[in-house]
Write a protein that binds this ligand. Structure first.
Ligand SMILES: Cc1cc2nc3c(=O)[nH]c(=O)nc-3n(C[C@H](O)[C@H](O)[C@H](O)COP(=O)(O)OP(=O)(O)OC[C@H]3O[C@@H](n4cnc5c(N)ncnc54)[C@H](O)[C@@H]3O)c2cc1C
Length: 273
């Protein structure tokens, strides 16, 4: 049974922030929050439903970045032409994650704020150098890189009164690859490989799902990626998804595959994602 709670359905972002300033807990799809309440892990007195806030939804182009509203659902990101052309691995991640029900109800902000260690969204957005924008009625807005937003398993730097309002995703300036191994509901390992020419070391490798948060390394070229070193250095948690050795082996395999695919695309072959 879900414990009793009061429900606030704000019509404006200001009203949502006001409810949160008084202890209200925001939710969108409820795929994580309501499950956690059902399991007795959380028992908020007041829930703040974000679903009717049109200002928090949608995907738009703004100069050299995409702006993705907090309540935008995985299914809408997966089918967005803008995301497919300008941040293809985010579309790939949202197309593959969970199941149809989760993709049709879960939101990008809910995914990031819950900070599930096996998040595909977190791994893809970390590789894309994305940032989240947090808003509170007391302190206004602040932008935080996704890599710094995620502190550990189920932990972020978000304060209780802060609403994640949007995600800024730099537009692709080089090829991107996203691979994942998913024998069950969540991936056991995911690997993103990207090229961002604006960085001093332009080739990024991000390993997701195996540790508490994505592992990131930037190197000079695809040839400089040492898959064995990544596999031994990545933070790995042993759990029902597999033993540590098994997961490190998978990391090595998937990093090699991702780098091979990235190299192929740099040479002019294949499509992104
Ligand atoms: C069966 C299953 C399989 C899944 N598989 C995958 C997978 O393979 N890959 C993957 O990446 N994910 C997976 N997920 C996770 C899924 O992506 C998330 O459950 C979903 O995105 C959460 O979004 P939501 O809107 O439902 O969040 P909610 O449950 O509504 O909220 C989650 C948390 O975020 C907070 N929150 C929500 N919105 C905001 C906001 N705007 N500002 C501040 N805080 C906010 C809530 O307070 C709560 O703590 C899976 C989930 C399930 C249930």
């Amino acid at each position: 049974m879900i414990p009793d709670f009061a429900l606030v359905r704000p019509r404006t972002v200001d009203d949502a922030l006001e409810a949160m300033a008084h202890g209200g807990v925001p939710y969108c799809g409820g795929t994580e929050l309501l499950a956690a309440m059902q399991l007795g892990m959380l028992a908020p007195d007041v829930l703040v439903d974000l679903k009717r806030l049109d200002a928090l939804s949608g995907i738009a182009l703004d100069g050299d970045r995409l702006v993705v509203g907090a309540t935008t659902r995985h299914v809408d990101i997966a089918s967005s032409d803008l995301v497919s052309s300008d941040a293809p691995i985010l579309a790939t991640a949202c197309r593959a994650l969970g199941n149809q029900r989760v993709r049709a109800t879960g939101s990008i902000a809910g995914n990031l704020c819950f900070a599930e260690p096996r998040s595909d969204v977190a791994a893809a957005l970390t590789a894309l150098d994305a940032e989240v924008v947090l808003l509170s009625s007391a302190r206004g807005e602040r932008a935080v890189a996704v890599a710094e937003f995620l502190e550990g398993a189920l932990t972020t730097v978000r304060e209780d009164d802060e609403l994640l309002v949007r995600v800024h995703v730099p537009r692709a300036t080089g090829p991107q690859v996203y691979l994942r191994f998913q024998p069950a509901e969540y991936p056991t390992v995911s690997v993103a490989a990207v090229v961002r020419p604006s960085r001093p070391d332009p080739v990024g490798i991000v390993v997701g799902a195996v540790g508490e948060r994505p592992y990131v390394t930037w190197v000079a070229s695809p040839g400089a990626v040492d898959a064995d070193a990544v596999a031994s250095q990545a933070d790995v948690i042993e759990d029902l998804g597999g033993a540590e050795d098994y997961k490190r082996h998978l990391v090595g395999v998937f990093v090699r595959r991702a780098v091979a695919e990235l190299t192929r695309r740099l040479a002019g072959g294949g499509r992104d994602a």
